[in-house]
Design a binder for this molecule. Sequence first.
Ligand code: ACO
Length: 430
Amino acid sequence: MGNNTFTLRNDQTGESWSFPVVSGTQGPPAIDIRSLFAKTGHLTLDPGFTSTASCRSAITFIDGERGVLRYRGYDIRELAERAGFLEVAFALLYGDLPDLGQKREFEKNIIYHTLVHEQIHTFFRGFRRDAHPMAVMCGVVGALSAFYHDSLDIWDPRQREISAHRLIAKIPTLAAMSLKYMRGQPFIYPRNDLGYAENFLHMCFATPAEPYRPSAALVRAMDKILILHADHEQNASTSTVRLAGSSHANPFACIASGIASLWGPAHGGANQAVLEMLEQIGHKDNIPRFLEKAKAKDDPFRLMGFGHRVYKNYDPRAAVLKSSCDAVLDELGVDDPMLELARELERIALEDDYFISRQLFPNVDFYSGIILRAMGFPVEMFTVLFAVARTVGWISQWKEMIEEPDHRIGRPRQVYTGSGYRSVLPLARR
Ligand code: ACO
């Protein structure tokens, strides 16, 4: 590799080609291979994108070796301690934390959009009551594009901004409605005199018969959870949103595609899977048996909430959540044996050579479910809460992509492994 080029040599023919090396402000450099196929007639093969940067982005930086996560340069631990979720949302969307005037203006813009079109209530009633709330969210978020025609022109910066504000404002309303619908309770309208996290808790847990007044500590914990999940650079769901958006689909449809991708247990669905796993383990005496299952090659069981494609160190979000867990459970007076079990599982796994050698540490999902359950959320809602927070990251990444002058439709190639030409025989001869 030279200073700013990378030379590739074909050992069979002796030919060689140079490619520019692109450096960001931090992180590993990348070889710009856009001209590779034209120059060499070869494609690259990278299923799972372990060595592929799909875009340039100035939003989120991760150093997986050192366990660093920063939004717009701000460290996640400092943000969780010193900023509120809407300030973080502003930074993700616009680049810097807001000053006081910008903060007030942004909050006003979000509050203005918290209500959903009344007809969306009717839309909800088409779902079965036992539908998974993520199934409901995929449907209703996608359907928003059928309600807000006035902000669908993706080439108009003002319409893009209104769509972003609408999504950030309405996603908690829709998430709370999916919980209410599942429980057979009436929908609770947003209250614009409450902050973002408190209003969300209110819509989830108040009923017309009884108000709900969460403590300041609980509201702060909810806010922190939202901050920790707000963005995570080019993960599966964000890449899905970018790919959907690259065809110029409208932002509501793109976010719905992100929700679908987040649902999987290898991604956002892991927080639900962690609690189900802890319940299955049941007692600390059973931990060794389950660890053996996780290690066995022929057993599909994996330790949920452990391991990460990028972090080869403790996930910094898990570290914040682990310390929040005690505070929230104390505040609520909840003595959850699952927390003890989770801590013991973590302790034993981190002493096990299998997990040490593969650099498998707890990820953000390992402790979040325990806090959310203590707050009163059913397990089916865990991934929905993740989607509420991540909507900010998705829409910021979508906006960044649309505003990139040379963005193109995402269209990966393939290495074809199927049959060569075959003629179509008449049915009687096949
Ligand atoms: N339990 C047991 N073994 C594991 C685990 C686990 N949780 N995670 C990885 N491994 C092992 C693999 O079997 C593999 O072993 P091998 O080298 O002997 O074949 C090795 O560690 C590397 O694993 P990969 O699957 O190649 O890692 P990848 O980067 O593709 O997967 C993933 C990352 C999907 C997160 C994986 O660690 C996993 O499935 N974890 C459990 C699910 C989970 O917690 N997901 C949430 C991720 S965070 C988020 O989305 C918010």
